[in-house]
Ligand binder design. Sequence first.
Ligand code: ADP
Ligand code: MG
Length: 349
Amino acid sequence: MSTLAFEDVRVRYGTHRSGLTAVDGVELTVPSGSVVGLVGESGSGKSTLARAAVGLAPVTGGRVLLDGTDVRRLPRGRRPVQLVFQDPYSSLDPRMTVGESIAEALPRRAFGGRQAFRDRKARHGEVARLLELVGLDAGRSGALPGELSGGQRQRIALARALAARPEVVIADEITSALDVSVQGSVLNLVRELQRELGLTMLFISHNLAVVRYVSDYVAVLYLGRIVEVGPAERLLADPQHPYTRELVEAAPSAHGSLLAAPDSPVADAEPGDPHRPPAGCRFHPRCPVGPLVEEARSICTTVDPATVAASREHRAACHFAAAVGDTDTPVPNSVVRTGFPSARSDTLE
Ligand code: ADP
Ligand code: MG
């Protein structure tokens, strides 16, 4: 068992006025053995959340838990959460052979029944096994990163992450820097490895098509907040949040990009600025079912819609989720339900 849970996680960079809150109250669970895809536009806080889980970004509020234990309290030397970065050119030391890079990440001490690789021979054998696991010839262990293609380097980065025998792998845009032609093979590798090893994964991409391919669940991040989360198929087939809907509608476009379609009411809107997050719903200045189109929906400018009912599988933070895709007959959730405004998905289940 290895469930990763973000509990009301907040990450603030800088201090006072010049600072910004890049991740603001994120609640997200990556269930053991499953892949949660995290999608959101550039600057929404995806990498910050990933970095927070491995101690590379300051958790200024909330907690990141691995099977209920705060990751900050895990024994020193044990690194059960491994992060694979976007750029395979900068994540590997150019002076070390790929075999040395992988060997460096092997555990030297045994933790909780995990094997340690103390002597040279054991390390050599394990490096060969890991290279083969990621689809590379074991004979490549003497190569320098500079001799490898981007796709091969990203395979090495994966092998290096797996060398630490992680319980959770976080992949942050690992195919974004690759040629489209090799993206598919790296994604296939990720899927195979995840199934074979039963990995728990947080798979991050700005590209919904990529996320869709590997994920069991999808979470959508907007300006540091999760606006929708649910089982991948259900969320993609029936997005509840207007932002998710924009993403889903834009995803099959020529570039698979997440830019709003040209005729969308939000296409001209400025992207969100985390230095000055809008009051109320952070998406309201761009929202196609919010006060931009219906003046009466002033609640969106004042009341923050939370992704309440954490026990529900599919939930969205929108006062007017019921109006998404049907702007003629809106059913404000905040009216339908008494108490805190919530999303339609809550009332459906
Ligand atoms: P994403 O990965 O979704 O593109 P990031 O997590 O990289 O988003 O960034 C979220 C916000 O935090 C952005 O506004 C970015 O400029 C800011 N940011 C990221 N890292 C730092 C940092 N080390 N110091 C200050 N601001 C940062
Ligand atoms: Mg990023």
